[in-house]
Design a protein around this ligand. Structure first.
Ligand code: SF4
Ligand code: SF4
Length: 355
């Protein structure tokens, strides 16, 4: 349900309006944070609300508005809750229904039919050629997520190749964490129950993930103890045999890892162990969004890519790579013009590994 007090506390100052990435692209008052807050107030007094679907649907849930709001309002959360209100009235975009059906029929948000942990074959027989051979019980498991599993299997394999050295295991049959459903107002209980069942059966204490969307969902929606791959690497970097690389990179903070969950220092620590780091024009709490989150990439591809193009312009020209810690950001920024310059933190670590 929408917290009505949040709507009342909004003083319509517009501090959020100035930073909203979707407004920057679309330019209409109803597509900025303040406009969305006004529309949400009206949705609550109306039994329809379909007129607000596009305004709410184009919010990336980047939370930059929540960071800026002087009244302590968290519009990104209010938008999510308002999407849930619309969905409960069966007011959804066709793309949301397709997304829900894909996850329901294949267990992943991309609708892929192949094995989720197919990337294990890239590790060779030493690590594991089959999920079934992995541990029955484990303190820590790697949750790869849909995007890494099906679009960046090499990165997933590299990540697990490192984690496995420290005894980290896998869930036998990981499903989508439910993030795309939850962020767009839909029910994710089926995914959550199935993942939680496996986590309970394995007596898992900590779930480790390299996806910002999975991270925030497993931590804040499931209520689990979660560690990002960036945190894990920062804690264990001295135990990895890495050598210095003679170039400069920059770091893009994924919204749901950085601003929403405060993971800023750990990826930077890892990068500085390897090479030079030059910050982007906006970084840390004020980092601009890649445009890929909140269902915007799935529902409004061109808007999402235009937000990403603007984010790419924040990178210092001397940076050989734009390093980030989320496969959604890697994909959106590369497809918007990054052309392979955007890499995952694990890809950088793998480049620096001596063996
Ligand atoms: S910054 Fe906060 S108070 Fe100001 S318009 Fe935005 S939500 Fe309302
Ligand atoms: S969460 Fe981001 S995209 Fe959504 S209203 Fe706030 S600033 Fe705009």
């Amino acid at each position: 349900m929408v917290d009505v007090d949040q709507i009342r506390r909004c003083v319509r100052c517009g501090a959020c309006r100035a930073v909203c990435p979707s407004f920057e692209v679309l330019g209409w008052e109803s597509f900025n944070t303040r406009g969305r807050m006004i529309l949400i107030g009206k949705i609550l007094d109306d039994s329809d609300g379909s007129w607000a679907l596009e305004s709410l649907g184009t919010c990336t849930t980047c939370a930059l508005c929540s960071q800026m709001c002087p009244a302590g309002v968290t519009p990104s959360k209010v938008v999510e809750d308002a999407r849930r209100v619309l969905a409960s009235r069966n007011i959804t975009g066709a793309w949301q229904i397709e997304l829900r059906d894909r996850i329901s029929s294949t267990g992943n948000s991309l609708g892929e039919a192949g094995r989720r942990h197919g990337w294990l074959s890239m590790l060779g027989t030493d690590a594991s050629s089959d999920v079934k051979a992995l541990d029955v019980k484990a303190d820590q498991v790697y949750f790869a997520g849909c995007m890494a599993s099906y679009r960046y299997p090499e990165t997933a394999a590299k990540t697990f190749g490192i984690l496995r050295k420290f005894g980290v295991s896998l869930l036998p049959s990981e499903r989508c964490c439910g993030s795309p459903l939850l962020r767009t107002g839909l029910d994710a209980s089926e995914c959550m129950e199935e993942n939680l069942r496996q986590i309970d059966e394995m007596d898992v204490d900590v779930v480790i993930t390299g996806c910002a969307g999975c991270y925030t969902t497993l931590k804040n929606d499931y209520g689990l103890k979660v560690m990002s791959v960036a945190e894990f690497l920062a804690a264990r970097i001295s135990e990895l045999e890495i050598g210095p690389l003679d170039f400069t990179v920059t770091y893009h903070d994924p919204c749901h890892l950085g601003r929403v969950n405060g993971i800023f220092d750990q990826p930077r620590k890892v990068i500085r162990e390897i090479c030079e780091l030059e910050e982007m024009r906006s970084s840390r709490e004020l980092a601009r969004c890649c445009g890929g989150g909140g269902g915007v990439r799935a529902g409004y591809r061109e808007i999402s890519l235009e937000i990403a193009r603007r984010r790419l312009a924040d990178a210092p020209p001397e940076a050989r790579y734009i390093v980030t810690a989320c496969p959604m950001c890697v994909r959106n920024l590369n497809e918007a013009g990054g052309h392979g310059r955007v890499i995952d933190l694990v890809d950088l670590v793998a480049m620096a590994c001596r063996k």
